[in-house]
Write a protein that binds this ligand. Structure first.
Ligand code: ADP
Length: 363
């Protein structure tokens, strides 16, 4: 009969991670079993925050340990342990930011900003330190969606800008710095440098995740950004419609080209169910995002139905995840956020970041 430590370890390893659909053992989670004065403890390092799934997970782990015939009491601990994950080669990281996640869409109006803001708030509510960078220089929508329209960030040294805060998220947008009535007539290089300034001259502090709401499209500009900003992973938002999908495929190829892993696909506006009569209509087709995910062997992070409340709440600066967290539409975004963070946690850890820069000195 194996010893208690191995039995606890094996039992915990078989428990399913609900956000990955595989076991802790398959996800190679660190499972640390210790005993002190006859009291056994197990700590599982998840690699991302699980929010209100914690209780259910602890119950599932306790049941698995009991089933393995361990009769001694075992204290169960779950640690988020969010690491900094690998980025493209040769791109400098922003100090203090562990992981930059780009939210992209190849086409405007598919709900990229909607996903980005709800994702950021969901991760913050789960306990992570989160920032949101509105990189949609031509059409910044995050100031409105966060309820920060008309606010101006401050700078005490004239160099670094303090981000604004809303719903637990540190936010920066070109929309905070320029008149929103003014059209943005900028050329590519100016946009790229404006974006790099917003990224590098904001005092983000220590962040586990910085969500970047990219401009729509896959032109030179997006490609340059994907090459210059140290991104740990990208999320592609699409509707189930064919045109949006053809564009989303281009988005996937762009990230592939620059070595940024795509964490998964979000299918937004996937069907509408009438609140009065219950009739369901697939207004923009059905399952397109799911099929694309299958084709490229990418995770389908979630499908968000059309719900007029999503837009209404955003227009009021109260994203659903913050203002109606128990609603079905908010839960859809929370699930997407956890799956995205869970898939990022499977990526290699950036060892360079752990050990700092190595400087070789002569003599
Ligand atoms: P993008 O960033 O791709 O241009 P937005 O996030 O700005 O798109 O969304 C476009 C519009 O669609 C916004 O008015 C937003 O409120 C609305 N919207 C996005 N997703 C949904 C949804 N699932 N249901 C209803 N309205 C949505």
């Amino acid at each position: 009969m194996p010893d208690i430590e191995s039995r606890i370890c094996a039992a915990v390893g078989q428990v399913n991670d609900p956000n990955l659909g595989c076991s802790f053992a398959d996800a190679k989670r660190a499972i640390q079993v210790t005993s002190s004065k006859g009291q056994w403890s197990v700590n599982i390092v998840l690699g991302y925050p699980v929010g209100d799934q914690r209780e259910g997970l602890i119950a599932a782990i306790a049941a698995a340990i009991a089933e393995a015939g361990v009769s001694e009491p075992v204290a169960i601990q779950l640690t988020p342990g969010i690491a900094a994950h690998a980025v493209q080669r040769g791109v400098e990281r922003v100090p203090g930011i562990s992981n930059i996640i780009a939210v992209a869409s190849a086409k405007g109006g598919v709900g990229k900003s909607t996903v980005a803001v709800n994702l950021a708030i969901a991760l913050a509510r789960d306990g992570a330190r989160v920032g949101l960078l509105d990189a949609d220089i031509y059409g910044p929508s995050q100031p409105l969606m966060l309820g920060l329209q008309g606010e101006r960030p401050s700078s005490d040294d004239g160099k670094m800008i303090e981000p604004l805060r809303a719903h637990g998220v540190a936010a920066m947008s070109i929309g905070f710095l320029v008149d929103n009535e003014q059209p943005m007539i900028w050329r590519g290089p100016m946009v790229t440098s404006a974006l790099q300034q917003l990224l590098n001259q904001t005092r983000w502090g220590e962040l586990d995740y910085l969500i970047v709401d990219l401009p729509p499209g896959t032109g030179d500009l997006q490609l340059t950004l994907a090459q210059k900003v140290a991104v740990a992973g990208a999320i592609i938002v699409t509707t189930p419609q064919d045109v949006a999908l053809a564009d989303a495929r281009k988005g996937y190829r762009m990230f592939e080209k620059v070595g940024v892993p795509v964490l998964g696909i979000v299918e937004n506006m996937s069907g509408y169910t009438c609140a009065n009569c219950g009739h369901h209509e697939d207004i923009f087709g059905s399952r397109g995002g799911a099929e694309m995910a299958q084709k490229y062997q990418l995770p389908l992070l979630g499908q968000v139905p059309i719900d007029p409340r999503i837009g209404r709440l955003l227009d009021a600066g109260q994203p659903g995840v913050a203002s109606e967290p128990a609603s079905a539409h908010a839960r859809a975004f929370v699930d997407i956020a956890r799956r995205a963070a869970a898939h990022l946690s499977l990526r290699p850890i950036d060892r360079g970041r752990l050990f700092g820069k190595v400087v070789v000195e002569k003599g």
